[in-house]
Design a protein around this ligand. Sequence first.
Ligand code: ATP
Length: 335
Amino acid sequence: MIKIENLNKVFETGGIKFEAIKDVNLNINDKDIYGIIGLSGAGKSTLIRCLNRLEEPTSGSISIEGVDILSLGKEELRLFRKKIGMIFQDFNLLKQKTVYDNVALPLYLEKMETKKIKEKVDLLLDYVGLKDKKNSYPSELSGGQKQRVAIARAIANDPKVLLSDEATSSLDPQTTVSILELLKRIQGELGITIIMITHQMEVVKQICNKVAIMDGGVVIEENTVENVFNNPKTTLAKSFIGSVNTLAEEEIINPNDFKGKLIRLGYLGESSNNPIVSQMIKNFQIEVNILSGSIDKLQSTSVGHLILELIGEESEIEKSMDFLKQKNVTVEVIE
Ligand SMILES: Nc1ncnc2c1ncn2[C@@H]1O[C@H](COP(=O)(O)OP(=O)(O)OP(=O)(O)O)[C@@H](O)[C@H]1O
């Protein structure tokens, strides 16, 4: 379990103070794949770099598996960092070293016996699917292969936590999927908690179970991925969700163009199989105009969205909306 409490980070350059992280509180459970999403400059990198103290927070506390990491001395911190692997957008491989040596590096630093290093690196390269690239140099690899080397290196010391800073941002969509599948396998088979920074909701949708949305150094929304997709609270969350749907619904639909009441429905999993809208039309004196719809397949379930125009007496519209709510559909009136 990772517990971040009242975390702040202030950068000071030339006497000017800048608050990059403002009073962040998060609880990340063991084996979560926890997404942190936000636009450029939101403070995502600063926040995860505080978790291994590549960045020193200005105030607040961080505990990882019950250890208050901000109180660790230099040597304790060195030992503790073995529990936290990290991967980056630009891979950070050593260009002059082979794939084997890149992966072996953290084990050399631990002064592991050469024979054991060889066994472990062979196992790791097999795990990430790069057995045959052992003697290649980074310049001879594709972006996806470089990230696999970086992942093998990051898990070499059997960490409990893996921090991923935009690890798929420079990869094409197909390679992104294969790297996300590898990360999912690492979480499932090795029981590693993964914290993923990204600006792509598609990444969150594909592998995360929880997500925090950051804006201007603040966590503005935090929930399970299902709940955020089903019922996003903030404009930013809605726009991230819009970016993975084929239609950015709210942008296209202008309420002034319609005479009825516009509502946005969100429904999870099994509700999407029930003919709720047709039941509503049968039960109440209203006409329904379907303006847009989408279904997002998430890790554990699917989330559907519909935008409807309801036309009829106000009292019938109110009753229809109550009916939907009773069926566990979230209903939001679009202003
Ligand atoms: N060492 C530093 N000194 C001064 N300001 C910094 C420093 N590092 C980051 N910042 C500022 O803190 C803010 C948050 O930066 P950060 O890199 O954490 O954002 P981010 O959400 O990860 O953005 P991106 O997706 O572009 O990497 C930015 O405005 C940035 O300019």
